[in-house]
Design a protein around this ligand. Structure first.
Ligand SMILES: Nc1ncnc2c1ncn2[C@@H]1O[C@H](COP(=O)(O)OP(=O)(O)O)[C@@H](O)[C@H]1O
Ligand SMILES: [Mg+2]
Length: 221
């Protein structure tokens, strides 16, 4: 194990806190004065197109009030052995495919779709309605291959950092890539640049990204 721990590796960027309001709703609140309304609009758009996201009730300033998902994250299930890594990889790949099949909003170039850009097992909750994707703070329009490349790179960083048993994590990566398809290799350099531009990087992590990119390229062969 090297560098930062697994929860920190998977939770970089803006910090939010999530509070249960009651059995049915949570409040997600950014620490600073960041605006969460664009993110809430993305979630609402995807919800109306049948994508599995929590239903947004309201949003204002740094706050989103949304449906409470009654289950653990896929990461929790993986860590305590209740979910096979291969099955997790297939689910992540299917979540990409479904997301990128949603028609883009007005003004979006034809080749682009709404992307999540942080789709990893810690951002998928498994509730009674199946897997639900949370944490849309990086969402924007772009090329689907970039979304897949970012997910693959995050899994490979987990492998390179020794955070999960390597054989299982590698199987998850291979299944994700096989299920999602596309040409994520074309966007891998861009994915590395995006991860490397994170202001919360710790020393040594750039090298981790480079090793992770090699792991993704090998998994695509
Ligand atoms: N809609 C929700 N229902 C229930 N729990 C949630 C919901 N959204 C987030 N959580 C909980 O809060 C945690 C962090 O949420 P997330 O949106 O991923 O924020 P971040 O990764 O920025 O801290 C999740 O792992 C989950 O435990
Ligand atoms: Mg998260």
């Amino acid at each position: 194990m090297s560098g930062m721990d697994l929860p920190s590796l998977l939770a970089r960027g803006r910090t939010a806190h999530v509070f249960a309001l009651d059995d049915a709703r949570v409040l997600r609140r950014y620490d600073g004065d960041e605006d969460a309304t664009a993110e809430a609009d993305v979630m609402a758009y995807l919800f109306t197109h049948g994508y599995p996201v929590p239903k947004v009730e309201s949003a204002s300033g740094p706050d989103i009030v949304m449906e409470r998902i009654d289950g653990p994250t896929m990461l929790e299930l993986l860590l305590d052995g209740r979910l096979e890594p291969a099955a997790a990889g297939v689910t992540l790949g299917e979540l990409h495919t479904r997301l990128h099949a949603i028609p883009p909003g007005p003004g979006c170039p034809p080749a682009e779709r709404m992307l999540h850009l942080d789709l990893h097992p810690g951002n998928v909750m498994v509730g009674s309605r199946g897997p639900m994707v949370i944490d849309w703070c990086n969402a924007r329009n772009g090329l689907p291959d970039l979304d897949i490349a970012v997910s693959a790179l995050i899994l490979a960083e987990v492998i390179a950092g020794g955070h999960l048993p390597e054989a299982g994590a590698h199987e998850m990566l291979v299944r994700l890539l096989a299920t999602a398809g596309g040409r994520p290799e074309d966007q891998l350099d861009e994915a590395v640049r995006m991860r490397a531009a994170d202001p919360h990087l710790e020393p040594g992590e750039i090298a981790l990204h480079d090793r992770a990119a090699l792991i993704v390229r090998a998994a695509l062969l």
